[in-house]
Design a protein around this ligand. Structure first.
Ligand code: FRU
Length: 486
């Protein structure tokens, strides 16, 4: 029996729940050799509701084991997003999450775990921080140390006010409100899921900046049909207040499906690793995924690089992807206006390298066994990369699902693109991670084809790695050079 062609195939190297609804990552923490991801989860159904924290762990960020629900909703409390920290290498885990009570009040509550996150004890003093607000949520705990010593910092949002509230604590129990940031940037959105991450500029620790991550979701009348997205601001944090270098929010991911990303506490080597939900509130409830509903992105390693005199966020795929690619010799494909088809496995990554001054425009197209397709066009003259998902299979999800994302590129640089396709999850790391595009795509469950063509005849280097199934298809297989690019 064939699956319904529009039902999304379950990803192989991304975190998805076995069944039911998932949204934001919560409580991301590396603890005793394992990456823990908790997540917004409905234990009882495939729609948003009964909000609880699901739980999964991984040793390599590629294979995830799902564990029992960690924090379950009750009649009195919905368990919304939050974070966890490891107080010491073998100490207990402390989590903060937003308790939503029956009257809709949102307040921050605490829970601790002595068994590596398997079971949690809610604090009898909950809620710990309550402002009587109905939009006060998403506590993210980070660490801060200076000459005055070490303290824990909690970032939360007043979502409707578009503000980040900063709290400070010595013991993860008593919190003092020390500053408020915002509102800045576009109106007509709520702010959600803040994080604040210190990153060295160009690898120089003495040039550290703090990067504020924000997820914004349209609300009210005349909402932006593009829906949810993430932005960032680069600035300074002195343990009390965040001061941005410029007040314009910069887009963190140019696709439609990257939201609520926050960082892991205690990542090995002090690396900054974030994980996001590959979804968009505009149509998340309409996705034909079953019995699982919701996926996380690839974990991303963050750094800052100076571009045109300004620190810009760079997002790189995790080591399991880059190491796998590094072990495979690239194939050189001779491109021209006559298209070349690569047969992909559908659960892997493709790295492409080209010289835009030779190729001119480079066009890629992804198709499989639905009429849905993705067109990726690199236009060196316009200095843009555009990503368009279209076709009936996409349109049936929601009227706003078909989309074009335009990525501005940093001038005339070598063409570099890492394309990850894991079932319906498409993620592009452009120009070494200076831009990313994350999109859900409905290509069906058959083997996808990647069609390549360039304006002028030129060589393009291609490396293909399968990440899901054991397979010999580790190299690009050129199956058909004979048709013109449509
Ligand atoms: C973000 C969000 C959070 C909230 C959670 C509820 O996607 O709206 O602000 O805590 O999802 O599931």
């Amino acid at each position: 029996m064939h699956d319904e062609p529009n039902i999304l195939p379950r990803p192989g190297f991304h975190l998805t729940p076995e069944r039911n609804w998932m949204n934001d990552p919560n409580g991301l923490v590396f603890h005793r050799g394992r990456w823990h991801a908790f997540f917004q989860y409905n234990p009882e159904g495939s729609d948003w509701g009964n909000m609880s924290w699901g739980h999964a762990t991984s040793v390599d960020l590629q294979h995830w084991d799902e564990l029992p629900v960690a924090l379950r909703f009750t009649a009195e409390e919905q368990v919304y997003s939050g974070s966890a920290v490891a107080a010491g290498p073998d100490g207990p885990l402390t989590a903060y999450y937003t308790s939503v009570s029956a009257d809709g009040r949102q307040a921050q509550s605490r829970a601790t775990s002595d068994d590596d996150g398997l079971t949690w004890q809610r604090d009898p003093a909950n809620p710990i921080i309550d402002r009587g607000s109905h939009a006060f949520r998403d506590p993210k705990i980070i660490r801060y140390e200076d000459a005055d010593g070490f303290r824990w910092i909690m970032l939360t949002v007043e979502a409707v006010e578009r503000q980040v509230l900063v709290y400070s604590s010595a013991d993860l129990r008593a919190w003092e409100h020390v500053s408020t940031f915002g509102p800045v940037g576009p109106t007509g959105v709520v702010w959600e899921c803040p994080d604040l991450i210190p990153l060295a500029v160009d690898g120089r620790p003495e040039e550290t900046r703090w990067v504020l991550l924000l997820s914004t979701n349209p609300v009210g009348d005349a909402q932006d049909p593009d829906g949810s997205s993430m932005s960032y601001l680069v600035g300074d944090f002195d343990g009390t207040a965040f001061t941005p270098e410029r007040s314009e929010l910069r887009r963190l991911d140019h696709g439609r499906d990257f939201y609520a990303a926050v960082g892991f506490d205690s990542a090995p080597g002090g690396e900054a690793v974030i994980l996001g939900w590959m979804g968009n509130w505009r149509y998340a409830a309409d996705l034909p995924a079953s019995p699982w509903r919701g996926a996380m992105s690839l974990p991303r390693r963050l750094s800052l690089t100076t571009v045109d005199g300004e620190p810009r966020l760079v997002q790189e795929p995790p080591a399991f992807v880059t190491e796998r690619l590094a072990a495979i010799d690239p194939t050189t494909v001779a491109l021209s206006a006559v298209a070349v088809d690569l047969a992909l496995d559908g659960f892997g990554v493709v790295e492409l390298g080209w010289d835009p001054s030779v190729t001119g425009e480079l066009r890629l197209r992804l198709t499989a066994d639905t009429d849905g397709e993705v067109a990726i066009v690199h236009d060196p003259a316009a200095a843009t990369l555009s990503v368009t998902r279209s076709g009936g299979a996409m349109d049936t999800v929601h009227p706003d699902f078909a989309s074009t994302s335009i990525v501005p590129l940093a001038g005339d640089r070598p063409g570099r693109l890492l394309l990850s396709l894991d079932g319906p999850l498409l993620e592009l790391f452009v120009d070494g991670g200076l831009a990313t595009v994350s999109d859900l795509v409905l290509l069906g469950s058959g083997r996808p084809r990647l069609t390549l063509a360039s304006e002028r005849a030129s060589p393009v280097s291609v490396t293909v790695a399968v990440l899901h199934r054991a397979s010999v298809l580790d190299r690009a297989s050129v199956v058909d050079q004979a048709h013109a690019f449509a």
